[in-house]
Ligand binder design. Structure first.
Ligand SMILES: [Zn+2]
Ligand SMILES: [Zn+2]
Length: 175
């Protein structure tokens, strides 16, 4: 699925289906979007493939206090996706409105509905959470498995990087 910013300098596509789609009614999302809720597709960051341009990172405060990194187009400044402290850079929350076929994506969960405006209604049978939800009982099993696999991949990469750093001084001294 293809996506882009408003000016078109950034073009990207998703190489896999989202892990989960959030419709978030928290006051932080409301302020950042100027709307009543935000629609985000969570996906492994390596599944967000850039086709044109390179977004720049803006760090914003977040509800957890740990901050949020927002990837924006450097020209039109439209926000394309975010990384939160919980998942780190391994996972991206892609803003669904930047995708060409956004209308085909339906939220899996409606969250922080305690702060939804009173005129909002939810589809019948929707999974509605006053705040956040428990991942283990909410995500599809295959999405949980993909998350575990991605965390394992990140851990392996981290280990390899540390090994390389440890080996580097030795190589230096033998030169
Ligand atoms: Zn742009
Ligand atoms: Zn939110």
């Amino acid at each position: 699925m293809n996506g882009r910013c408003t000016c078109g300098a950034i073009r990207f596509h998703l190489t896999d289906t989202p892990l989960i789609i959030h419709c978030c009614h928290c006051t932080w999302c409301q302020r950042e979007t100027g709307s009543a809720f935000a629609l985000n597709a969570m996906i492994e960051t390596r599944c967000v493939a850039l086709d044109a341009g390179r977004p720049h990172d803006v760090t914003l405060p977040s509800a957890s206090g740990k901050g949020q990194i927002v990837a924006r187009c450097p020209t039109c400044e439209v926000a394309l996706w975010s990384h939160y402290a919980g998942g780190g850079r391994a996972f991206a929350f892609v803003r669904i409105g930047t995708l060409d076929r956004a209308a085909e994506l339906t939220p899996d969960v409606f969250i922080y509905t305690d702060t939804a405006p009173p005129w909002i209604t939810f589809p019948e049978g929707a999974r509605v959470f006053p705040e956040y939800y428990r991942r283990s009982t909410t995500w599809r099993p295959e999405a949980l498995a993909r998350r575990e696999a991605e965390l394992a991949r990140q851990a392996r990469q981290h280990e390899q990087q540390q090994q390389q750093q440890q080996e580097a001084p030795e190589r230096w001294t033998t030169l």
